[in-house]
Design a protein around this ligand. Structure first.
Ligand code: BYC
Length: 469
């Protein structure tokens, strides 16, 4: 079904024919806009931004590009087209027709997952509230705003499901999604990483590389769901999500490229010299990678989880790319885990969080391979690495166990002593903060980041992506 833009809430769910739902969402809409004005990008409400907007839900040509003031962005409800005769792809009801309504007995489990997913979207916008003021280029400023408006739309996606399928509790949860705030002492966001401040662009690029990639894997798991409206909305969200990871991967790649240029110019890899030249040294980057990767690993939940077993068994949440597996029921299979107490066999259903985390780690490695190739080509022996999945964990079997980045258990004292080798130190953060000077002349880049290979939508890099005038 095509997207109807003539309505107050653009949608492809025939909202006009459900007046009660339409009224409820139109009631929530001004609250969302108030939240956006207060918690969204600070100060850029009046500027024209070259943004893409969804115009269809098919993979080819789904977006149109043009200048939009962010508060006028057409946030709406877009579900991927239904698949005819779709069948449940995993769990106890494998092979039966998918559900168009939420079965009563699974209602609270579905609600919990949809609320958790929904909570991350506005959280990330809040985390990035002030970043626009220190953008390294107009191109990057536009990308930040594109990510922000799409996270806002992803919130709409979950709020639609809450309103359409969960009655009064759903409407209450939708209000709460605007009431919790990232880092708030009394009402924080639900998952840990979404309460971490993102006060510099290096953190933003790490976040879009690592944390948005968690989004990709969680959305892939939910796109397998037997509840078809959830599966369809997540399928379309994944199309938008790809750009966010592109921002992270190319952003970090450009930081590496700039560091290599400066190393070549100066003929040294001495971090102090590179810092004096206004760039980011690779050991500092490694510590930021360690921080954001470990934080994002926690987002998959515990290695052994009865919640994960239940949601898999009930057909609520599958594995990312479920079709790659032969066994979709998984009642007899087991999974080997390494815990601080040694190797342990657990039922596969209980290990579904770990299965998803494993796929995520492989995906994270791809970018590092590319950056390492650039480093090698430039003639340096340094290699960027993902730390062990045991390192700095707060959730799961390794929570609170101090290890080094290789995963070797250390004493608490050794960890405290060597922390500044492994995680961003105060001086790292101060250096990064000192680099955060706003650059807004079209085509110009801050000294710590190389220009992108190309602009947006075939436009040149020096295009005026945000009109600040
Ligand atoms: N921090 O059995 P457990 C994205 C809670 S990112 C705090 O270990 P389970 C995006 C858990 O909720 C994707 N709490 O794991 C990216 C549970 O609490 P309750 C977001 C945590 O239940 C960038 C308890 O601990 N989407 O889209 O299987 C920008 C025991 O949990 C954490 C989703 O996550 C943590 N890190 O949960 C914008 C999908 N980890 O209920 C957007 C929805 C676990 O007992 N969520 N807990 O009070 C889920 O699928 C699951 O809830 C989890 C794993 C993946 C979080």
């Amino acid at each position: 079904m095509s997207i109807n833009y003539s309505e107050r809430i653009p949608n492809n769910v025939d909202l006009a024919n459900d007046r009660t739902l339409q009224r409820a969402l139109e009631h929530w809409q001004p609250r969302f806009l108030d939240w956006w004005k207060e918690m969204g990008p600070h100060h850029f409400a009046q500027n024209d931004v070259y943004l893409r907007t969804a115009v269809g839900v098919d993979a080819q040509g789904w977006a149109s590009y043009g200048y939009v003031k962010m508060p006028d962005y057409r946030w709406g409800i877009f579900l991927a087209d239904p698949e005819a005769d779709r069948k449940i792809g995993f769990g106890d009801a494998y092979g039966q027709p998918v559900w168009q309504q939420v079965p009563g007995e699974f209602r609270s489990q579905f609600r919990r997952l949809i609320v958790t997913q929904g909570d991350t979207e506005p959280a990330s916008v809040e985390q990035q509230h002030l970043l626009g003021h220190t953008c390294p280029s107009l191109y990057d400023l536009r990308n930040l705003f594109q990510v922000n408006v799409e996270e806002g739309r992803h919130l709409w996606a979950m709020v639609y499901l809450l309103h359409a399928y969960f009655g009064r509790d759903g409407r209450e949860e939708a209000e709460e999604l605007l009431a919790r705030h990232s880092g708030d002492a009394d009402k924080p966001r639900i998952l840990g990483t979404f309460n971490e401040p993102i006060s510099d662009w290096l953190s933003f690029f790490c976040f879009t590389y690592f944390t948005d990639r968690d989004g990709k894997f969680q959305l892939k798991s939910l796109a397998e769901s037997s509840f078809d409206p959830l599966a369809r909305t997540c399928r379309f969200m994944l199309t938008e999500e790809a750009h966010h990871m592109f921002v992270g991967e190319t952003g970090l790649g450009r930081v590496v490229r700039r560091a290599l240029e400066v190393m070549k110019e100066l003929g040294t890899d001495d971090p102090a010299a590179i810092r004096r030249a206004g760039a980011i040294d690779l050991p500092l980057l490694q510590r930021y990678l360690n921080f954001w990767f470990s934080s994002s690993l926690d987002l998959f939940g515990s290695e052994v989880s009865s919640n994960a077993a239940t949601t898999f068994g009930n057909g609520i949440k599958g594995r990312p790319d479920e079709s790659q597996y032969a066994d979709h029921v998984c009642t007899d299979a087991s999974f080997e885990l390494e815990t601080p107490e040694g190797r342990q066999m657990v039922g596969l259903r209980n290990a579904m969080n770990e299965v998803a985390r494993g796929a995520y780690v492989k995906d994270c490695e791809l970018g590092l391979k590319r950056w390492n190739m650039a480093i090698k080509r430039a003639g340096h022996a340094v290699e960027l690495k993902l730390p062990s999945t045991r390192f700095r964990r707060s959730i799961g079997a390794w929570a609170g166990v101090t290890t080094d980045p290789e995963g070797k258990i250390t004493g608490v004292e050794e960890f405290a002593r060597r922390q500044s080798e492994w995680l961003p130190s105060e001086s790292d953060r101060a250096h990064v903060a000192s680099l955060m000077q706003r650059v807004v002349e079209p085509g110009k880049m801050a000294a710590w980041i190389a220009p992108p290979d190309r602009g947006i939508n075939s436009l040149p890099v020096e295009y005026e992506y945000v009109r600040l005038g």
